[in-house]
Design a binder for this molecule. Structure first.
Ligand SMILES: [Zn+2]
Length: 633
Protein backbone atom coordinates (compact mmCIF):
# COMPACT_ATOMS: atom_id res chain seq x y z
CA UNK A 1 0.00 0.00 0.00
CA UNK A 2 1.24 3.41 -0.91
CA UNK A 3 1.20 5.99 1.85
CA UNK A 4 -1.86 7.92 0.69
CA UNK A 5 -4.85 9.35 2.49
CA UNK A 6 -8.07 10.76 1.03
CA UNK A 7 -10.44 12.47 3.48
CA UNK A 8 -13.85 13.98 2.69
CA UNK A 9 -16.45 15.94 4.60
CA UNK A 10 -20.07 15.84 3.46
CA UNK A 11 -20.80 18.57 0.97
CA UNK A 12 -22.91 20.92 3.05
CA UNK A 13 -26.46 21.67 2.04
CA UNK A 14 -26.75 25.38 1.33
CA UNK A 15 -30.21 25.97 2.76
CA UNK A 16 -28.65 27.59 5.84
CA UNK A 17 -25.43 29.31 6.95
CA UNK A 18 -22.54 27.32 8.52
CA UNK A 19 -22.83 26.35 12.19
CA UNK A 20 -20.82 24.48 14.83
CA UNK A 21 -21.69 21.05 13.38
CA UNK A 22 -20.22 21.94 9.97
CA UNK A 23 -17.20 23.47 11.65
CA UNK A 24 -16.54 20.38 13.78
CA UNK A 25 -16.68 17.93 10.85
CA UNK A 26 -14.43 20.12 8.74
CA UNK A 27 -11.92 20.73 11.54
CA UNK A 28 -11.72 16.98 12.24
CA UNK A 29 -11.05 16.34 8.54
CA UNK A 30 -8.34 18.99 8.65
CA UNK A 31 -6.76 17.46 11.78
CA UNK A 32 -6.72 14.06 10.07
CA UNK A 33 -5.16 15.43 6.91
CA UNK A 34 -2.44 17.15 8.94
CA UNK A 35 -1.85 14.03 11.06
CA UNK A 36 -1.29 11.93 7.92
CA UNK A 37 1.01 14.64 6.56
CA UNK A 38 3.08 14.23 9.74
CA UNK A 39 3.29 10.52 8.97
CA UNK A 40 4.72 11.29 5.54
CA UNK A 41 1.55 10.44 3.57
CA UNK A 42 0.41 12.04 0.35
CA UNK A 43 -2.99 13.49 1.23
CA UNK A 44 -6.09 14.90 -0.43
CA UNK A 45 -8.90 16.68 1.41
CA UNK A 46 -12.23 17.41 -0.28
CA UNK A 47 -15.11 19.52 0.98
CA UNK A 48 -17.80 21.56 -0.76
CA UNK A 49 -21.49 22.37 -1.05
CA UNK A 50 -24.63 20.49 -2.09
CA UNK A 51 -26.81 22.84 -4.12
CA UNK A 52 -29.79 21.11 -5.74
CA UNK A 53 -33.26 20.04 -4.59
CA UNK A 54 -36.58 21.69 -3.77
CA UNK A 55 -35.48 22.90 -0.32
CA UNK A 56 -32.99 25.15 -2.11
CA UNK A 57 -35.68 26.42 -4.45
CA UNK A 58 -37.85 27.22 -1.43
CA UNK A 59 -35.00 28.95 0.44
CA UNK A 60 -34.11 31.00 -2.65
CA UNK A 61 -37.73 32.04 -3.10
CA UNK A 62 -37.92 33.13 0.52
CA UNK A 63 -34.75 35.20 0.04
CA UNK A 64 -36.16 36.72 -3.16
CA UNK A 65 -33.32 35.38 -5.30
CA UNK A 66 -32.91 33.00 -8.20
CA UNK A 67 -31.68 29.55 -7.13
CA UNK A 68 -28.31 30.17 -8.82
CA UNK A 69 -27.76 33.55 -7.12
CA UNK A 70 -28.83 32.04 -3.81
CA UNK A 71 -26.50 29.02 -3.97
CA UNK A 72 -23.61 31.23 -5.11
CA UNK A 73 -24.07 33.40 -2.06
CA UNK A 74 -24.48 30.66 0.58
CA UNK A 75 -21.76 28.47 -0.92
CA UNK A 76 -19.30 31.33 -0.60
CA UNK A 77 -20.15 31.65 3.11
CA UNK A 78 -18.79 28.13 3.55
CA UNK A 79 -15.86 28.62 1.21
CA UNK A 80 -14.82 31.83 2.97
CA UNK A 81 -15.19 30.39 6.46
CA UNK A 82 -12.71 27.55 6.06
CA UNK A 83 -9.51 29.63 5.68
CA UNK A 84 -10.53 31.50 8.86
CA UNK A 85 -10.55 28.16 10.68
CA UNK A 86 -7.13 27.32 9.18
CA UNK A 87 -8.65 24.51 7.09
CA UNK A 88 -6.34 23.34 4.30
CA UNK A 89 -8.72 21.52 1.94
CA UNK A 90 -7.25 20.69 -1.46
CA UNK A 91 -10.44 21.27 -3.41
CA UNK A 92 -13.89 22.79 -2.88
CA UNK A 93 -16.56 21.10 -4.97
CA UNK A 94 -20.03 22.44 -5.81
CA UNK A 95 -22.72 20.18 -7.23
CA UNK A 96 -23.55 22.96 -9.70
CA UNK A 97 -20.03 22.60 -11.21
CA UNK A 98 -20.18 21.49 -14.83
CA UNK A 99 -17.66 18.69 -14.23
CA UNK A 100 -19.75 17.25 -11.42
CA UNK A 101 -22.93 17.30 -13.53
CA UNK A 102 -21.16 15.34 -16.28
CA UNK A 103 -19.98 12.68 -13.84
CA UNK A 104 -23.48 12.29 -12.32
CA UNK A 105 -24.87 11.68 -15.81
CA UNK A 106 -22.08 9.25 -16.63
CA UNK A 107 -22.74 7.20 -13.49
CA UNK A 108 -26.49 7.20 -14.16
CA UNK A 109 -25.77 5.80 -17.62
CA UNK A 110 -23.54 3.10 -16.20
CA UNK A 111 -26.08 2.08 -13.58
CA UNK A 112 -28.81 2.10 -16.22
CA UNK A 113 -26.72 0.01 -18.63
CA UNK A 114 -26.26 -2.46 -15.79
CA UNK A 115 -30.05 -2.95 -15.69
CA UNK A 116 -30.35 -1.31 -12.27
CA UNK A 117 -32.79 1.47 -13.20
CA UNK A 118 -36.46 0.97 -13.96
CA UNK A 119 -39.48 3.23 -14.56
CA UNK A 120 -42.57 2.82 -12.46
CA UNK A 121 -45.69 4.52 -11.27
CA UNK A 122 -45.53 5.12 -7.58
CA UNK A 123 -48.06 6.32 -5.10
CA UNK A 124 -46.67 7.13 -1.72
CA UNK A 125 -46.39 9.28 1.34
CA UNK A 126 -44.13 12.21 0.59
CA UNK A 127 -42.56 14.64 3.05
CA UNK A 128 -41.73 17.90 1.30
CA UNK A 129 -39.31 18.86 4.08
CA UNK A 130 -37.25 15.70 3.58
CA UNK A 131 -37.79 15.61 -0.18
CA UNK A 132 -38.55 11.94 -0.02
CA UNK A 133 -41.20 9.28 0.16
CA UNK A 134 -41.78 7.52 3.46
CA UNK A 135 -42.99 3.98 4.12
CA UNK A 136 -45.68 3.54 6.78
CA UNK A 137 -43.28 1.90 9.22
CA UNK A 138 -40.81 4.75 9.03
CA UNK A 139 -43.41 7.24 10.25
CA UNK A 140 -43.87 8.05 13.91
CA UNK A 141 -47.57 8.44 14.82
CA UNK A 142 -48.26 8.84 11.13
CA UNK A 143 -45.83 11.80 10.92
CA UNK A 144 -42.40 12.41 9.46
CA UNK A 145 -40.01 11.89 12.40
CA UNK A 146 -37.87 14.86 11.34
CA UNK A 147 -40.60 17.37 10.60
CA UNK A 148 -43.47 16.18 12.84
CA UNK A 149 -45.78 16.70 9.88
CA UNK A 150 -48.09 14.24 8.19
CA UNK A 151 -46.72 13.40 4.75
CA UNK A 152 -48.91 13.97 1.70
CA UNK A 153 -50.07 11.22 -0.63
CA UNK A 154 -48.72 11.86 -4.09
CA UNK A 155 -48.77 9.75 -7.22
CA UNK A 156 -45.89 10.00 -9.62
CA UNK A 157 -44.20 8.06 -12.38
CA UNK A 158 -40.49 7.95 -11.56
CA UNK A 159 -37.19 6.18 -12.09
CA UNK A 160 -35.97 3.78 -9.44
CA UNK A 161 -32.55 2.44 -8.53
CA UNK A 162 -32.64 -1.33 -7.88
CA UNK A 163 -30.95 -1.04 -4.47
CA UNK A 164 -32.58 -4.25 -3.20
CA UNK A 165 -30.34 -6.20 -5.57
CA UNK A 166 -27.29 -5.23 -3.49
CA UNK A 167 -28.65 -5.89 -0.02
CA UNK A 168 -26.91 -9.25 0.53
CA UNK A 169 -23.68 -8.03 -0.98
CA UNK A 170 -23.71 -4.98 1.34
CA UNK A 171 -24.44 -7.00 4.49
CA UNK A 172 -21.52 -9.31 3.69
CA UNK A 173 -19.23 -6.45 2.82
CA UNK A 174 -19.95 -4.68 6.12
CA UNK A 175 -19.36 -7.89 8.06
CA UNK A 176 -16.17 -8.78 6.18
CA UNK A 177 -14.48 -5.36 6.25
CA UNK A 178 -13.52 -4.37 9.80
CA UNK A 179 -14.25 -0.73 10.46
CA UNK A 180 -16.07 -0.19 7.15
CA UNK A 181 -18.56 1.77 9.22
CA UNK A 182 -17.17 3.00 12.52
CA UNK A 183 -17.47 3.37 15.48
CA UNK A 184 -19.17 -0.02 15.97
CA UNK A 185 -22.51 1.39 17.15
CA UNK A 186 -23.16 2.88 13.70
CA UNK A 187 -22.20 -0.33 11.93
CA UNK A 188 -24.77 -2.10 14.11
CA UNK A 189 -27.38 0.53 13.32
CA UNK A 190 -26.90 -0.02 9.58
CA UNK A 191 -26.93 -3.82 9.92
CA UNK A 192 -30.11 -3.62 11.96
CA UNK A 193 -31.74 -1.55 9.24
CA UNK A 194 -30.57 -4.08 6.66
CA UNK A 195 -32.21 -6.93 8.57
CA UNK A 196 -35.48 -5.86 6.90
CA UNK A 197 -35.93 -6.05 3.12
CA UNK A 198 -34.26 -3.06 1.45
CA UNK A 199 -36.53 -1.04 -0.80
CA UNK A 200 -35.49 0.41 -4.13
CA UNK A 201 -34.58 4.09 -4.23
CA UNK A 202 -36.56 6.65 -6.20
CA UNK A 203 -33.84 8.64 -8.00
CA UNK A 204 -35.78 11.14 -10.10
CA UNK A 205 -38.11 14.10 -9.76
CA UNK A 206 -40.39 15.17 -12.62
CA UNK A 207 -39.38 18.57 -14.01
CA UNK A 208 -43.00 19.63 -13.75
CA UNK A 209 -42.54 19.62 -9.98
CA UNK A 210 -38.85 20.53 -9.68
CA UNK A 211 -36.45 21.72 -12.35
CA UNK A 212 -33.48 22.75 -10.13
CA UNK A 213 -31.35 19.66 -10.59
CA UNK A 214 -29.26 17.58 -12.97
CA UNK A 215 -31.31 16.23 -15.92
CA UNK A 216 -31.41 12.43 -16.27
CA UNK A 217 -29.30 11.48 -19.30
CA UNK A 218 -31.98 9.08 -20.54
CA UNK A 219 -35.10 11.19 -19.94
CA UNK A 220 -35.04 14.97 -20.17
CA UNK A 221 -38.37 15.30 -18.37
CA UNK A 222 -36.72 14.41 -15.09
CA UNK A 223 -33.98 15.70 -12.82
CA UNK A 224 -31.84 13.57 -10.47
CA UNK A 225 -32.85 13.09 -6.84
CA UNK A 226 -30.58 15.30 -4.72
CA UNK A 227 -28.96 12.47 -2.69
CA UNK A 228 -28.07 10.46 -5.79
CA UNK A 229 -26.50 13.63 -7.18
CA UNK A 230 -24.70 14.70 -3.99
CA UNK A 231 -23.01 11.44 -3.00
CA UNK A 232 -21.28 11.29 -6.36
CA UNK A 233 -19.20 14.37 -5.40
CA UNK A 234 -16.75 12.07 -3.61
CA UNK A 235 -15.62 10.65 -6.95
CA UNK A 236 -16.39 13.59 -9.26
CA UNK A 237 -14.33 15.86 -6.97
CA UNK A 238 -11.17 13.87 -7.73
CA UNK A 239 -11.69 13.40 -11.46
CA UNK A 240 -13.68 10.18 -11.95
CA UNK A 241 -13.54 8.19 -14.21
CA UNK A 242 -9.94 8.44 -15.36
CA UNK A 243 -8.35 11.45 -13.67
CA UNK A 244 -4.94 11.00 -12.07
CA UNK A 245 -6.22 12.02 -8.63
CA UNK A 246 -9.04 9.50 -8.82
CA UNK A 247 -6.70 6.63 -9.62
CA UNK A 248 -4.31 7.75 -6.94
CA UNK A 249 -6.64 8.51 -4.06
CA UNK A 250 -9.94 6.63 -4.44
CA UNK A 251 -8.47 3.34 -3.06
CA UNK A 252 -7.75 5.27 0.17
CA UNK A 253 -11.09 7.04 0.57
CA UNK A 254 -12.24 7.97 4.09
CA UNK A 255 -15.62 9.62 4.54
CA UNK A 256 -16.40 11.68 7.61
CA UNK A 257 -20.07 12.42 8.45
CA UNK A 258 -22.40 13.28 11.33
CA UNK A 259 -24.80 10.57 12.42
CA UNK A 260 -27.89 12.18 10.81
CA UNK A 261 -26.67 11.19 7.35
CA UNK A 262 -25.59 7.66 8.21
CA UNK A 263 -28.18 5.96 5.98
CA UNK A 264 -27.38 7.61 2.63
CA UNK A 265 -23.66 7.07 3.26
CA UNK A 266 -23.86 3.60 4.80
CA UNK A 267 -26.50 2.17 2.42
CA UNK A 268 -27.27 4.15 -0.76
CA UNK A 269 -23.69 5.09 -1.54
CA UNK A 270 -22.01 1.64 -1.36
CA UNK A 271 -24.86 0.18 -3.47
CA UNK A 272 -24.49 2.98 -6.03
CA UNK A 273 -20.74 2.40 -6.21
CA UNK A 274 -21.19 -1.36 -6.60
CA UNK A 275 -23.70 -0.90 -9.39
CA UNK A 276 -21.45 1.59 -11.21
CA UNK A 277 -18.52 -0.84 -10.97
CA UNK A 278 -16.50 1.32 -8.55
CA UNK A 279 -14.75 -0.14 -5.49
CA UNK A 280 -16.34 0.85 -2.16
CA UNK A 281 -14.74 3.49 0.06
CA UNK A 282 -12.41 2.34 2.87
CA UNK A 283 -14.18 3.68 5.95
CA UNK A 284 -17.26 5.64 6.86
CA UNK A 285 -16.37 7.56 10.05
CA UNK A 286 -19.42 8.77 11.96
CA UNK A 287 -19.53 11.37 14.72
CA UNK A 288 -22.21 12.61 17.13
CA UNK A 289 -23.83 15.98 17.78
CA UNK A 290 -22.82 19.04 19.75
CA UNK A 291 -25.54 20.07 22.18
CA UNK A 292 -25.23 23.73 23.07
CA UNK A 293 -25.62 24.45 26.78
CA UNK A 294 -27.13 27.92 26.53
CA UNK A 295 -27.02 28.43 30.29
CA UNK A 296 -23.23 28.43 30.08
CA UNK A 297 -22.88 30.77 27.09
CA UNK A 298 -22.66 34.54 27.31
CA UNK A 299 -25.39 36.69 25.86
CA UNK A 300 -25.25 39.54 23.40
CA UNK A 301 -28.25 41.88 23.30
CA UNK A 302 -30.30 39.09 24.83
CA UNK A 303 -29.25 36.46 22.29
CA UNK A 304 -27.08 33.53 23.19
CA UNK A 305 -23.66 33.86 21.55
CA UNK A 306 -23.12 31.30 18.81
CA UNK A 307 -20.19 28.91 19.19
CA UNK A 308 -18.49 30.10 15.99
CA UNK A 309 -18.39 33.67 17.36
CA UNK A 310 -16.12 32.40 20.13
CA UNK A 311 -13.30 31.86 17.62
CA UNK A 312 -12.91 35.64 17.38
CA UNK A 313 -13.02 36.07 21.15
CA UNK A 314 -10.82 33.26 22.47
CA UNK A 315 -8.69 32.37 19.46
CA UNK A 316 -8.88 29.71 16.79
CA UNK A 317 -6.41 27.19 18.21
CA UNK A 318 -8.09 27.16 21.60
CA UNK A 319 -11.41 26.54 19.82
CA UNK A 320 -9.98 23.70 17.72
CA UNK A 321 -8.33 22.17 20.78
CA UNK A 322 -11.58 22.31 22.73
CA UNK A 323 -13.60 20.56 20.00
CA UNK A 324 -11.09 17.73 19.65
CA UNK A 325 -10.38 17.33 23.37
CA UNK A 326 -13.97 17.51 24.57
CA UNK A 327 -15.83 15.18 22.19
CA UNK A 328 -15.44 11.41 22.27
CA UNK A 329 -15.62 10.66 18.55
CA UNK A 330 -18.94 8.97 17.80
CA UNK A 331 -20.79 10.24 20.90
CA UNK A 332 -22.70 13.46 21.54
CA UNK A 333 -21.02 16.21 23.56
CA UNK A 334 -22.01 19.38 25.27
CA UNK A 335 -20.66 22.70 24.07
CA UNK A 336 -20.43 25.60 26.49
CA UNK A 337 -18.37 28.74 26.65
CA UNK A 338 -17.70 28.07 30.31
CA UNK A 339 -16.11 24.70 29.51
CA UNK A 340 -14.05 26.31 26.71
CA UNK A 341 -12.72 28.96 29.10
CA UNK A 342 -11.92 26.23 31.62
CA UNK A 343 -9.86 24.27 29.08
CA UNK A 344 -7.99 27.39 27.96
CA UNK A 345 -6.97 28.29 31.49
CA UNK A 346 -6.07 24.83 32.73
CA UNK A 347 -4.73 22.88 29.74
CA UNK A 348 -3.44 25.69 27.54
CA UNK A 349 -2.39 28.62 29.75
CA UNK A 350 -1.44 26.72 32.88
CA UNK A 351 -0.01 23.42 31.64
CA UNK A 352 1.39 23.99 28.15
CA UNK A 353 1.85 27.77 28.16
CA UNK A 354 3.54 27.77 31.52
CA UNK A 355 5.85 24.89 30.61
CA UNK A 356 7.02 26.61 27.46
CA UNK A 357 7.47 29.94 29.20
CA UNK A 358 9.48 28.71 32.18
CA UNK A 359 11.64 26.45 29.98
CA UNK A 360 12.60 29.18 27.57
CA UNK A 361 13.21 31.64 30.38
CA UNK A 362 15.75 29.26 31.94
CA UNK A 363 17.49 28.48 28.65
CA UNK A 364 17.89 32.19 28.01
CA UNK A 365 18.92 33.09 31.51
CA UNK A 366 21.37 30.25 32.15
CA UNK A 367 22.61 29.32 28.68
CA UNK A 368 22.10 32.49 26.63
CA UNK A 369 19.54 30.69 24.43
CA UNK A 370 21.89 27.89 23.33
CA UNK A 371 21.14 24.32 24.37
CA UNK A 372 24.10 21.93 24.29
CA UNK A 373 23.70 18.97 21.94
CA UNK A 374 26.15 16.64 23.71
CA UNK A 375 25.24 15.86 27.28
CA UNK A 376 25.83 13.11 29.81
CA UNK A 377 22.33 11.84 30.69
CA UNK A 378 21.50 10.49 34.14
CA UNK A 379 18.70 7.94 34.81
CA UNK A 380 16.05 10.67 35.41
CA UNK A 381 16.92 12.23 32.03
CA UNK A 382 16.68 8.87 30.27
CA UNK A 383 13.30 8.29 31.95
CA UNK A 384 11.94 11.53 30.50
CA UNK A 385 13.33 10.76 27.06
CA UNK A 386 11.73 7.31 27.02
CA UNK A 387 8.37 8.70 28.16
CA UNK A 388 8.49 11.35 25.42
CA UNK A 389 9.32 8.85 22.68
CA UNK A 390 6.63 6.46 23.95
CA UNK A 391 4.10 9.29 23.77
CA UNK A 392 4.69 9.55 20.00
CA UNK A 393 3.69 5.89 19.53
CA UNK A 394 0.64 6.15 21.77
CA UNK A 395 -0.48 9.31 20.03
CA UNK A 396 -0.13 7.74 16.60
CA UNK A 397 -2.26 4.71 17.52
CA UNK A 398 -4.97 6.83 19.10
CA UNK A 399 -5.16 9.31 16.23
CA UNK A 400 -5.44 6.42 13.77
CA UNK A 401 -8.38 5.10 15.82
CA UNK A 402 -10.02 8.58 15.79
CA UNK A 403 -9.64 8.70 19.60
CA UNK A 404 -8.60 12.35 19.42
CA UNK A 405 -9.37 13.07 23.06
CA UNK A 406 -7.14 10.19 24.16
CA UNK A 407 -4.32 11.28 21.86
CA UNK A 408 -4.45 14.75 23.44
CA UNK A 409 -4.63 13.32 26.95
CA UNK A 410 -1.41 11.40 26.27
CA UNK A 411 0.31 14.59 25.05
CA UNK A 412 -0.87 16.40 28.19
CA UNK A 413 0.47 13.59 30.35
CA UNK A 414 3.85 14.26 28.80
CA UNK A 415 3.45 18.00 29.44
CA UNK A 416 2.67 17.23 33.09
CA UNK A 417 5.68 14.95 33.29
CA UNK A 418 8.05 17.61 31.94
CA UNK A 419 6.64 20.18 34.38
CA UNK A 420 7.23 17.77 37.23
CA UNK A 421 10.75 16.97 35.98
CA UNK A 422 11.55 20.70 36.13
CA UNK A 423 10.23 20.94 39.69
CA UNK A 424 12.27 17.92 40.77
CA UNK A 425 15.48 18.80 38.92
CA UNK A 426 15.28 22.46 40.01
CA UNK A 427 17.52 23.88 37.25
CA UNK A 428 17.74 27.18 39.22
CA UNK A 429 19.70 25.31 41.88
CA UNK A 430 21.83 23.44 39.32
CA UNK A 431 22.67 26.79 37.73
CA UNK A 432 24.63 27.64 40.85
CA UNK A 433 26.02 24.21 41.69
CA UNK A 434 26.34 21.83 38.76
CA UNK A 435 26.77 23.16 35.25
CA UNK A 436 26.97 19.79 33.40
CA UNK A 437 23.74 18.60 35.08
CA UNK A 438 22.05 21.90 34.24
CA UNK A 439 22.94 21.45 30.57
CA UNK A 440 21.67 17.88 30.44
CA UNK A 441 18.39 18.79 32.18
CA UNK A 442 17.70 21.74 29.88
CA UNK A 443 18.63 19.63 26.85
CA UNK A 444 16.01 17.02 27.85
CA UNK A 445 13.36 19.65 28.51
CA UNK A 446 13.87 21.30 25.12
CA UNK A 447 13.92 18.00 23.19
CA UNK A 448 10.62 17.05 24.88
CA UNK A 449 9.15 20.41 23.89
CA UNK A 450 10.11 19.77 20.25
CA UNK A 451 8.15 16.51 20.32
CA UNK A 452 5.16 18.19 21.98
CA UNK A 453 5.16 20.94 19.33
CA UNK A 454 4.94 18.36 16.53
CA UNK A 455 2.19 16.34 18.23
CA UNK A 456 -0.07 19.36 18.75
CA UNK A 457 0.40 20.66 15.19
CA UNK A 458 -2.59 18.88 13.59
CA UNK A 459 -4.96 20.35 16.20
CA UNK A 460 -3.30 23.73 16.85
CA UNK A 461 -1.19 24.44 13.77
CA UNK A 462 -0.50 28.15 14.33
CA UNK A 463 0.49 27.73 17.99
CA UNK A 464 2.67 24.72 17.21
CA UNK A 465 4.49 26.69 14.53
CA UNK A 466 5.07 29.61 16.87
CA UNK A 467 6.42 27.21 19.45
CA UNK A 468 8.79 25.74 16.85
CA UNK A 469 9.99 29.23 15.97
CA UNK A 470 10.66 30.01 19.64
CA UNK A 471 12.61 26.76 19.85
CA UNK A 472 14.81 27.98 17.01
CA UNK A 473 13.98 25.11 14.66
CA UNK A 474 14.68 25.39 10.96
CA UNK A 475 11.87 23.06 9.90
CA UNK A 476 8.41 23.95 11.15
CA UNK A 477 4.79 22.93 10.54
CA UNK A 478 4.23 20.24 7.92
CA UNK A 479 7.96 20.09 7.20
CA UNK A 480 8.72 18.70 10.62
CA UNK A 481 7.31 15.16 10.62
CA UNK A 482 7.01 12.43 13.26
CA UNK A 483 10.08 10.60 11.95
CA UNK A 484 12.16 13.74 12.52
CA UNK A 485 11.42 13.92 16.24
CA UNK A 486 11.52 10.15 16.78
CA UNK A 487 15.28 10.59 16.53
CA UNK A 488 16.13 12.33 19.75
CA UNK A 489 18.27 15.40 19.28
CA UNK A 490 18.32 15.30 15.48
CA UNK A 491 16.30 18.50 15.02
CA UNK A 492 18.84 20.98 16.28
CA UNK A 493 17.97 24.56 17.09
CA UNK A 494 19.61 26.62 14.36
CA UNK A 495 18.81 29.89 16.09
CA UNK A 496 18.95 30.88 19.73
CA UNK A 497 15.93 29.91 21.77
CA UNK A 498 13.91 33.03 22.46
CA UNK A 499 11.38 33.92 25.09
CA UNK A 500 8.42 34.92 22.95
CA UNK A 501 4.98 36.14 23.87
CA UNK A 502 2.81 33.78 25.85
CA UNK A 503 1.13 31.24 23.56
CA UNK A 504 -2.06 31.10 25.59
CA UNK A 505 -2.78 33.96 27.99
CA UNK A 506 -5.35 33.25 30.67
CA UNK A 507 -8.89 34.36 29.77
CA UNK A 508 -12.11 35.19 31.52
CA UNK A 509 -15.59 34.42 30.26
CA UNK A 510 -16.87 37.53 28.54
CA UNK A 511 -20.20 38.61 29.89
CA UNK A 512 -20.90 40.74 26.86
CA UNK A 513 -19.72 40.62 23.29
CA UNK A 514 -17.01 43.21 22.50
CA UNK A 515 -19.22 45.30 20.19
CA UNK A 516 -21.76 45.88 22.94
CA UNK A 517 -19.12 47.14 25.37
CA UNK A 518 -19.59 50.84 24.62
CA UNK A 519 -23.29 50.51 25.29
CA UNK A 520 -22.64 49.48 28.89
CA UNK A 521 -24.57 51.66 31.34
CA UNK A 522 -22.50 54.18 33.29
CA UNK A 523 -23.63 52.79 36.66
CA UNK A 524 -21.66 49.68 35.98
CA UNK A 525 -18.46 51.69 35.54
CA UNK A 526 -19.18 53.65 38.71
CA UNK A 527 -19.83 50.49 40.68
CA UNK A 528 -16.16 49.63 40.22
CA UNK A 529 -14.92 52.82 41.90
CA UNK A 530 -14.14 52.70 45.62
CA UNK A 531 -14.19 55.57 48.06
CA UNK A 532 -11.06 56.93 49.77
CA UNK A 533 -12.40 55.50 53.01
CA UNK A 534 -12.61 52.07 51.47
CA UNK A 535 -9.05 52.41 50.18
CA UNK A 536 -7.87 53.35 53.67
CA UNK A 537 -9.18 50.05 54.97
CA UNK A 538 -6.42 48.27 53.04
CA UNK A 539 -3.33 47.64 55.16
CA UNK A 540 -0.47 47.43 52.63
CA UNK A 541 3.01 46.81 54.05
CA UNK A 542 6.52 46.29 52.74
CA UNK A 543 8.00 43.02 53.93
CA UNK A 544 11.32 41.22 53.49
CA UNK A 545 11.18 37.57 52.44
CA UNK A 546 13.17 35.58 55.00
CA UNK A 547 12.41 32.11 53.76
CA UNK A 548 10.83 30.49 50.66
CA UNK A 549 9.99 26.86 49.99
CA UNK A 550 7.95 25.16 47.31
CA UNK A 551 4.78 23.38 48.36
CA UNK A 552 4.84 19.67 47.45
CA UNK A 553 2.33 18.66 44.76
CA UNK A 554 1.73 22.25 43.73
CA UNK A 555 3.14 23.68 40.51
CA UNK A 556 2.14 27.22 41.26
CA UNK A 557 2.34 27.82 44.98
CA UNK A 558 5.29 28.78 47.10
CA UNK A 559 5.28 29.22 50.90
CA UNK A 560 6.97 32.40 52.09
CA UNK A 561 7.96 33.74 55.46
CA UNK A 562 7.68 37.51 55.22
CA UNK A 563 9.04 39.86 57.88
CA UNK A 564 6.73 42.88 58.35
CA UNK A 565 7.99 43.63 61.81
CA UNK A 566 6.53 40.25 62.68
CA UNK A 567 6.85 37.02 60.66
CA UNK A 568 3.91 36.22 58.41
CA UNK A 569 3.35 33.04 56.45
CA UNK A 570 2.12 33.94 52.98
CA UNK A 571 1.30 31.50 50.16
CA UNK A 572 1.84 32.98 46.69
CA UNK A 573 1.09 31.60 43.21
CA UNK A 574 4.48 32.47 41.69
CA UNK A 575 6.39 29.16 41.82
CA UNK A 576 6.59 28.82 38.04
CA UNK A 577 8.16 32.26 37.73
CA UNK A 578 10.63 32.45 40.60
CA UNK A 579 12.82 29.83 42.24
CA UNK A 580 12.70 29.87 46.06
CA UNK A 581 16.36 31.00 46.10
CA UNK A 582 15.60 34.04 43.97
CA UNK A 583 12.92 35.18 46.39
CA UNK A 584 14.84 35.16 49.65
CA UNK A 585 15.93 38.68 50.58
CA UNK A 586 13.52 40.43 48.19
CA UNK A 587 11.32 43.19 49.55
CA UNK A 588 7.69 42.81 48.50
CA UNK A 589 4.36 44.50 49.10
CA UNK A 590 1.73 42.53 51.00
CA UNK A 591 -1.91 43.03 51.92
CA UNK A 592 -1.51 42.57 55.66
CA UNK A 593 -5.15 42.67 56.79
CA UNK A 594 -6.51 40.04 54.40
CA UNK A 595 -8.65 37.34 55.94
CA UNK A 596 -6.46 34.21 56.36
CA UNK A 597 -7.11 31.42 53.85
CA UNK A 598 -5.90 27.82 53.62
CA UNK A 599 -4.10 26.89 50.37
CA UNK A 600 -2.88 23.32 49.91
CA UNK A 601 -3.09 22.83 53.67
CA UNK A 602 -1.04 25.93 54.53
CA UNK A 603 -2.67 28.96 56.16
CA UNK A 604 -1.81 32.12 54.27
CA UNK A 605 -1.79 35.30 56.38
CA UNK A 606 -1.78 37.91 53.65
CA UNK A 607 -1.25 38.31 49.95
CA UNK A 608 1.75 39.34 47.84
CA UNK A 609 1.10 41.96 45.16
CA UNK A 610 2.41 41.14 41.70
CA UNK A 611 1.96 42.34 38.14
CA UNK A 612 1.07 39.94 35.36
CA UNK A 613 1.43 40.29 31.62
CA UNK A 614 1.82 37.78 28.84
CA UNK A 615 5.51 37.23 29.63
CA UNK A 616 5.02 36.24 33.24
CA UNK A 617 4.35 37.31 36.83
CA UNK A 618 6.56 39.90 38.58
CA UNK A 619 6.32 40.77 42.28
CA UNK A 620 5.98 44.41 43.30
CA UNK A 621 8.96 45.79 45.13
CA UNK A 622 10.26 49.16 46.44
CA UNK A 623 12.69 51.52 44.78
CA UNK A 624 15.03 51.54 47.79
CA UNK A 625 15.25 49.11 50.66
CA UNK A 626 13.02 50.19 53.58
CA UNK A 627 12.42 49.00 57.10
CA UNK A 628 10.29 45.80 57.11
CA UNK A 629 6.68 46.63 58.04
CA UNK A 630 6.71 50.12 56.45
CA UNK A 631 3.22 51.16 55.41
CA UNK A 632 2.37 51.65 51.74
CA UNK A 633 0.21 54.74 51.25
ZN1 LIG B 1 -39.69 15.27 6.81
Amino acid sequence: MAKRYYITTPIYYVNAAPHIGHAYTTIVADVLKRFYMLRGYETFFLTGTDEHGDKIVAAAKEAGETPQAYVDRISSLFRNLWPKLNIINDHFIRTTDLEHKKVVQLILERVNANGDIYFSEYEGLYCFGCERFYTERELVDGKCPDHQKEPEVIKEANYFFRMSKYQDWLINHIKDSPGFIRPERYKNEVLSFLSDPLEDLCISRPKSRLDWGIPLPFDDNYVTYVWFDALINYVSGIGFPDGELFNKFWPYAEHLVAKDILKPHGIYWPCMLKSAGIEPYQHLNVHGYWNINEGKMSKSLGNVVRPLDLVGIYGLDAFRYFLLREMVFGLDSEFSEEALVGRINSDLANDLGNLLHRSMTMVQKYLGGHVPEKVDPQPEDVGLKEAALHTIDQYETMMEDLAFHKALISVWELIGRVNKYIDTMAPWVLAKTDRPRLESVLHHIIESLKIISVLIWPVMPASAERMQQYLGLEKTGANLILDDVRQWGRQKSVRAIVKGEALFPRVEMKKEMPHTEEEKPMEEEKAQLISFNEFQKLDLRVGTIRNAESIPKSKKLVKLTVDIGEDRTVVAGIAGHYSPEELVGKQVVIVANLEPAKLMGVESQGMILAAEDETGIYVLTVDKEVKPGSKVR
